[in-house]
Design a protein around this ligand. Structure first.
Ligand SMILES: [Zn+2]
Length: 76
C-alpha cells in the first residue's frame, strides 16, 4: 500500500478538509507552513491538507501547526 494513502487515525482532522501524513523520507522538498510561515525542511515529516473541493489547494503544514488549527476548528 502506498503510505501516502494510508489513513491515520491519530491525525487530527478538520471539517471540510482532507489531510495526509507526509513521512520524512517522502519530504524531498522544503515547504513554507501557512500557519506559522516557518520553513518545513526537506526530510522533515509533516502533513499536507487541502479543502475537499479544491485538490489543487494543497498546503504543507508542520504537524503541530495542523494540530493547533484542528483544535481551533479553522485554518486561519
Ligand atoms: Zn508551522
Amino acid at each position: 500500500m502506498d503510505p501516502w494513502e494510508r489513513s491515520d487515525p491519530n491525525l487530527p482532522v478538520l471539517a471540510g478538509y482532507v489531510v495526509k501524513r507526509v513521512p520524512g523520507f517522502q519530504a524531498r522538498k522544503g515547504y513554507l507552513c501557512p500557519a506559522c510561515h516557518g520553513e518545513i525542511p526537506p526530510g522533515a515529516g509533516h502533513v499536507v491538507a487541502w479543502p475537499e473541493a479544491q485538490a489543487g489547494e494543497r498546503r504543507h503544514w508542520h504537524r503541530h501547526c495542523w494540530r493547533i488549527a484542528c483544535r481551533r476548528g479553522r485554518i486561519a
